[in-house]
Design a protein around this ligand. Sequence first.
Ligand code: F6P
Length: 361
Amino acid sequence: MRIAISTGGGDAPGLNAVIRAAVLSAIDRGWHVLGIKRGYAGLLGEEDVVPLTRDSVRGIGHLGGTILHTTNRGNPFSYPVLQPDGSYIEINRSAELVENARNLGIDAIIAIGGDGSLAIAQQMGTVGLRMVGVPKTIDNDVSGTITTFGFDTAVNTAMEAIDKLHTTAESHDRVIVMEVMGRNAGFIALHSGVSGAAHAILIPEIPYDVDVVCRSIMARDARGRHFAIVVVAEGAFERGGSESTLGASLPGQAKRVGGVAERLAQQIQERTGKECRSLVLGHLQRGGMPTGYDRMLATRFGAAAVQAVEDGKWGHMVALQSPDIVTVPIAQVLGHPKRVDPNHDIVRTARRLGISFGDQG
Ligand code: F6P
């Protein structure tokens, strides 16, 4: 048996732990493992395909990033190709990819990625490749699994940032608005905001009203607490409005979500007269060493993916359905991104603690 591993989309802490676990589990079965560099570029002649051995994965389980590198513009079905005039066209290179995979004797591919990469994995199944998926994203927005690795690390990074903002915000009696990642899901904002004791948490699932946010800040002020920390998910938007976007940075990439914190800080300053500052935590949330939780989950996912290959679970992804790791059809999770339930216990708990979601009060 010869399997190949690919990492696609934005990196997430824990990717290397998945690769390590998959390689060691495969070697334990006497299989050979290849690593496809930078998404599928390695199978399109634009990067390498490398053997993955015990030596290749020694000492990588605790490292962030991915030893295979990644890309979010490598969809083989609509691959961006630079034209002589500087423009790009998108072409379908899947046939070439399938042929290269066959020539390398690849029996199955373990695709580690978020919703976009899982959709590509699903499509690759339709052109004859035997695919198993491993869900990955710091956003935690893949359904069918209780959580994804990378999320816990991102939450901890954001929580630590909130801890640090408290002291400076309090010293200056300022309102500090911190924007966190998550695309159209508010999980990172919700979990880090509650754990870090933010005063307002704004998420895409609960559109906010700036006046309500300001009222909660001024009510705090009247109680003698002259500073506030507002955590805003990058995809959050005002009631009746829509998310703020930054456009696509390169051809073949999805539009980028963000910019909400700066605008919100200005609005709060104008309406309350309080001094406001904003920051975008950005890619710090994707970097660094995975937490123990993420290393464990990633390790279980990697081993389970190899088991899924052994069981011929083509078109399935591994998933956490506590306490078990199970497999679910990728087709079942596509088109149903996971979102924060506004009635979830964490939201209700936060409201009881006086945290504003900008929608009531
Ligand atoms: O999906 C993961 C994520 O980090 C999102 O939270 C964020 O919107 C996006 O990727 C950023 O992508 P890029 O690294 O291309 O800027």
